[in-house]
Design a protein around this ligand. Structure first.
Ligand code: FNR
Ligand code: 8K6
Length: 347
């Protein structure tokens, strides 16, 4: 029933995965106060090295990208050294690991970085308060200037270079879930009237500039992208968003990235303006390797791969509950059910 997950998968001439199960990026808020990953975090990832590829928890590219407590960074020498301990531990156990590069945009809060502006595509605040820090109300962001945008692109590329320096096998650019890059891709947030707004080409410009800058530093073989064409988190959907992704994704496909990854919690969710689920929509517009995700089991994910709905399966919450997820699936052993209470500990 799950045999299709256990064959190797060649991403490109640089990287071959030993199986088709990816560990999805999972924020754990457990880095130390300098946003350095700890030895406990290294041990946590090392226990999961049997995954064909681990994608790290979202990792901020610079200080003003932080929106949650104790999320790790990749912009100081100490953070790079801390991640090197993680990647060494994963490699020692025979695994591979990509860093997920993150800037939360308007979901950032100055509480975490000592004050200053919160940047986004436009001055549209996200509603509500910061999870786990309920007293913090999100503030209205500053619309990034052209100068700000140029610097952000440079900082994504530098974080990618830092990731390689830290021993990662590659990076996944976090363009999903309503964070900075996604804030340019949806009309709910992007109200710009310059070359970064209004048309699909303009709204895709920032995402493609980041992708191109990262490729220039570390190579397309080691670069991946996660996107949420259906807005479902930190953002409202708009039927005009479809045209943005219809333009963006074939452009991304031309760049021969390692893979494209959907960003969604439940892939059975259907979006009217996309004509169906996230994976079905991505498959229809994107020609490269596609990672499916969102409330799959090994059985349903394997069946979806056999039906050619996507190529690789990312597993999130079950990997929090089962460090030995891959071995359990392979051996047909029962899995421990995930519960939110497990988030307080790194098992
Ligand atoms: C997530 N998810 C997530 N996504 C992402 O791109 N970067 C991240 O850092 C996180 N962090 C995160 C933390 C926690 C606690 C959860 C539950 C989820 C989303 C995750 O990668 C995945 O898309 C979903 O969890 C759906 O997959 P599962 O859990 O149904 O297999
Ligand atoms: C405290 C840090 C958390 C950071 C990342 C995101 C994790 C969230 C977990 C729950 C989120 C829920 C969202 C979504 C909607 C689902 C619709 C099917």
């Amino acid at each position: 029933m799950t045999a299709s997950l256990f064959t190797p998968y060649k991403l490109n001439d640089t990287l071959t995965l030993s199986n088709k199960i990816l560990m999805a990026p999972l924020t754990r808020c457990m880095a130390d106060d300098d946003l350095v990953p700890t030895q406990q975090i290294a041990d946590y990832y090392a226990r999961r090295a049997e995954a064909g590829l681990i994608i790290s928890e979202a990792t901020i590219i610079r200080a003003d990208g932080q929106g949650y407590p104790n999320t790790p960074g990749l912009f100081t020498p100490a953070q790079i050294d801390g991640w090197r301990v993680v990647t060494d531990a994963v490699h020692k156990n025979g695994g591979k690991i990509f860093a997920q590069l993150w800037h939360t945009g308007r979901v950032a809060h100055p509480h975490f970085f000592g004050g200053g502006d919160v940047l986004s595509s436009s001055a549209q605040a996200v509603e509500g308060t910061v999870p786990r820090m309920r007293e913090l109300v999100y503030q209205t962001p500053k619309a990034a200037t052209i100068e700000d945008i140029k610097q952000l692109v440079i900082d994504y590329a530098q974080a990618a270079a830092n990731a390689i320096d830290a021993g990662f096998d590659g990076v996944e650019i976090h363009g999903a879930n309503g964070y900075l890059i996604d804030q340019f891709l949806h009309h709910d947030n992007n109200r710009r009237e310059d070359e970064y707004g209004q048309t699909p080409e303009n709204m895709s410009r920032f995402a493609l500039e980041v992708v191109d800058a990262v490729i220039a530093r570390i190579g397309a073989d080691r670069t991946a992208l996660r996107v949420s064409p259906g807005a479902y988190f930190n953002m409202a959907g708009d039927s005009r968003d479809r045209a943005v992704f219809d333009y963006l994704l074939p452009e991304v496909a031309k760049r021969n990235l390692a893979f494209l990854h959907g960003g969604i919690f439940d892939d059975s969710m259907e979006f009217d303006y996309l004509g169906g689920s996230i994976s079905a929509y991505l498959r229809s517009v994107y020609t490269g390797t596609l990672v499916g995700v969102g409330s799959y089991t090994a059985e349903t994910g394997s069946a979806a791969i056999e039906a050619n709905k996507f190529d690789l399966l990312a597993i999130g919450r079950p990997f929090i509950a089962n460090p030995d997820y891959v071995a359990k699936v392979r051996d047909g052993e029962e899995l421990v059910a995930y519960a939110d209470t497990m988030l307080t500990e790194l098992i």
